[in-house]
Ligand binder design. Structure first.
Ligand code: ZN
Length: 95
């Protein structure tokens, strides 16, 4: 019998419709492998990799408290962006 996996909703605060960096065109050299991603990358690739590194679904972290260690499921994160190109500088969660 199939059991339906419980889906945990995941919320990302700070999403915007069209980040400015998405209008950038990749300028990585297509001729020279040393000047292509991942050896070197243009600002467009750099910004897209930053987005790719953002979790898109819930994840577990181990937290220390007075009782020792416990596992906590993170279901909401907040993005941190630079103001000039909306590039994602990082993300955080509130524990
Ligand atoms: Zn590129």
């Amino acid at each position: 019998m199939l059991t339906k996996k419980k889906e945990i909703k995941f919320k990302i605060n700070g999403l915007i419709d069209k980040p400015k960096y998405q209008s950038l065109v990749c300028t990585c050299s297509k001729d020279d492998v040393l000047h292509q991603h991942p050896n070197e990358m243009c600002y467009s690739c750099y910004c897209n990799i930053a987005w790719d590194s953002v979790p898109k679904e819930s994840f577990n972290v181990i937290v220390k408290n007075k009782k020792g260690k416990s596992t906590k499921t993170i279901t909401e994160i907040t993005l941190h962006r630079d103001s000039s190109l909306d590039r994602i500088n990082g993300w955080s969660w509130i524990s």
